[in-house]
Write a protein that binds this ligand. Structure first.
Ligand code: ADP
Ligand code: 5GP
Length: 190
């Protein structure tokens, strides 16, 4: 059986990664499964353990690092760790399924290096930083302090876009979903 491929999606927080990924998973046309990352950040309202993230304590996260459980992990915001678990990726790939990762820019570049042609790295761009701030405010899941931290990191994160295999601007959502869908389908068919 052919091993599954890896689809990496990165973007500054609030660009619409989760919205686009969820729309594609819901359509169900592409054989791909979402890799649930681990994090030590607290769950937002409505987020579920094992669905959005594996929510770990600081100690559990550091034990998982020590036990070699991560393919990669990053301190994306000060004190906030996020990591891709080996068990989320390896079994699915061995079974021939493609796996989609929602990970930050450093993690995305690292995973692309690890998997080479078996991975597609896709960068979602916002129409502007101002629009990104508006989206985070209307999402209403983070405090203003948290939103400013995220917006403050966005310009740095956008500087990684040229290192990605493909880029999609998420201005009109339906168009961004359609473009992402096409790029992933072409990659999987290769
Ligand atoms: P991310 O996963 O990248 O942090 P989300 O998918 O949570 O971002 O999207 C952030 C917010 O912006 C959500 O409230 C979402 O509904 C909204 N959103 C996503 N795409 C668009 C778009 N093209 N136009 C307007 N709002 C959008
Ligand atoms: P959020 O707190 O908004 O869910 O995610 C914040 C950032 O962490 C996003 O850029 C998201 O892509 C990134 N992230 C989520 N999971 C992982 C992971 O497993 N590894 C890395 N490196 N980044 C992740």
């Amino acid at each position: 059986m052919k091993a599954g491929k890896i689809i990496i999606i990165s973007a500054p927080s609030g660009c619409g990664k989760s919205t686009i990924i969820n729309a594609l998973l819901k359509k169900g046309e592409i054989d791909m499964e979402f890799s649930v990352s681990a994090t030590n950040r607290p769950p937002r309202d409505g987020e579920k353990h094992g669905v959005n993230y594996w929510f770990l304590t600081d100690e559990e996260f550091h034990n998982a690092i020590a036990n070699g459980e991560f393919v990669e992990y990053e301190e994306v915001y000060p004190g906030r760790f996020y990591g891709t678990l080996r068990r989320e990726v390896e079994r699915r790939c061995e079974e021939g399924h493609n796996v989609i990762l929602d990970i930050d820019v450093k993690g995305g570049v690292n995973v692309k290096k690890m998997f080479g042609n078996r991975a597609l790295s896709l960068f979602i761009e916002p129409p502007s930083i101002e629009e990104l701030r508006n989206r985070l405010i209307s999402r209403a899941t983070d405090s203003m302090e948290e939103i400013e931290k995220r917006v403050g990191k966005a310009a740095y994160e956008l500087s990684f876009a040229p290192q990605y295999d493909a880029r999609v601007v998420n201005d009109n959502l339906d168009e961004a979903i359609a473009r992402t869908d096409r790029i992933i389908k072409d990659f999987i068919a290769k």
